[in-house]
Ligand binder design. Structure first.
Ligand SMILES: Nc1ncnc2c1ncn2[C@@H]1O[C@H](COP(=O)(O)OP(=O)(O)O)[C@@H](O)[C@H]1O
Ligand SMILES: [Mg+2]
Length: 126
C-alpha cells in the first residue's frame, strides 16, 4: 500500500472499520445507515485527543465514496480510485479542516460557500 508516513500516528491509523479497535456500536450504526441509504447530513464525534475521531471521519468518507470493495466489504485500496485518493489526502471532495485553528466567522463562511457545489469526483462531498 502506498500510504507512507514516518509519523507513527499516521502510519498505524486504521484504514477501514475492520481495523478500528472497539467502537463496535459506532461502526454498526454508521454501516447500517450507509447500507440503508439513510445518511445523515452530519456526524459529530466527541472525545478526548486520540480516541479516533479523525480516523473514523476518514473511514466514513471512504465508505461513502468507495466504488470497489474487497471480500471483507472494506474499501479496496488497490482498485478503488476513490478510496485511494482519500487515503492519500488528494480527493477533491473530501475536505479536512483543523477546527482548532479555523475558528473565525470567515472560516465558517468559507465552508458554507463551498457546500453548495456538487462533488466533482466522488458521490458525496465530505
Ligand atoms: N479505535 C481505534 N482503533 C485503532 N487505532 C486507533 C483508534 N483510535 C485511535 N487510534 C489511533 O490513534 C491515533 C490518533 O487517532 P485520531 O483519529 O487522530 O484521534 P482524534 O482525532 O480523536 O484525536 C490514530 O493514528 C490511530 O492509529
Ligand atoms: Mg483529530
Amino acid at each position: 500500500m502506498k500510504h507512507q508516513s514516518n509519523i507513527l500516528a499516521l502510519k498505524y491509523r486504521p484504514l477501514n472499520f475492520q481495523d478500528l479497535i472497539g467502537q463496535e456500536y459506532l461502526v454498526e450504526t454508521i454501516q447500517k445507515s450507509i447500507e440503508q441509504n439513510k445518511i445523515p447530513n452530519a456526524y459529530i464525534f466527541t472525545g478526548i485527543r486520540g480516541v479516533g475521531k479523525t480516523t473514523t471521519a476518514r473511514i466514513v468518507a471512504k465508505m461513502l465514496n468507495c466504488t470497489v470493495f474487497d471480500k471483507n466489504n472494506n474499501p479496496d485500496l488497490i482498485n478503488c480510485e476513490q478510496a485511494k485518493a482519500i487515503t492519500e489526502d488528494r480527493h477533491p471532495d473530501v475536505i479536512e479542516i483543523d477546527a482548532a485553528s479555523n475558528t473565525s466567522v470567515e472560516n465558517a463562511r468559507e465552508i458554507i460557500e463551498n457546500v453548495k457545489y456538487n462533488p466533482v469526483l466522488g458521490k458525496y462531498k465530505v
